[in-house]
Ligand binder design. Sequence first.
Ligand SMILES: [Zn+2]
Length: 202
Amino acid sequence: MRLDPAFAPLLQGFDLEVLNKSTATIYGIWSDTRLAYYNDAWERFAHINHPGVDLATRWPLGRPIREAFGPLEAFYDDAFAHVLDDKVVWHHDFQCNSAQRFRMYHMAVYPLQAPGAERGLLLINSLTVDHPHPDTPTLPDPLAEHYRNAKGLITMCSHCRRTRQGDDDTHWDWVPNFVEHPPDDLSHGLCNICLDFYYPRP
Ligand SMILES: [Zn+2]
């Protein structure tokens, strides 16, 4: 658990002990997305997704989490502005798959405000679905060349982690190898299904 002391007033009304011990991944950010708080489950989640990386170095308090959003930056910017301005709780489901597991999380984002303090947000991610990934790999031993586009990049969907065949936006394959061992020159985008269903443009 880590907490920026200046952020503590924003969490008044929440039982910090309950947040810290929750199995849900919980973190707090300032209105400009700088990290200000995270609980023990967030640390475990980060270690699973970035094994061998020192969390305190990679994600010190104060680093903007928008740096991790990639192609979803505008989507989350809009959502967070809506939560802060309209003081409503916002809900969103997202996938976070590993090479073997299909995982779905439910995100709830709460507006935080305290007298004399900058505004913030509390994000709570609860695991809702976790089972073996249902898709059969399209190719058992995929050649990276098959997926590289004209610019030499391999594009993976930020949401479902399928990989695009070259520049062909209609073909996104489940390639567990690439999830487990990200190839060189990997870039992130959104496949058409995730874009239409989870991130429709207003
Ligand atoms: Zn996708």
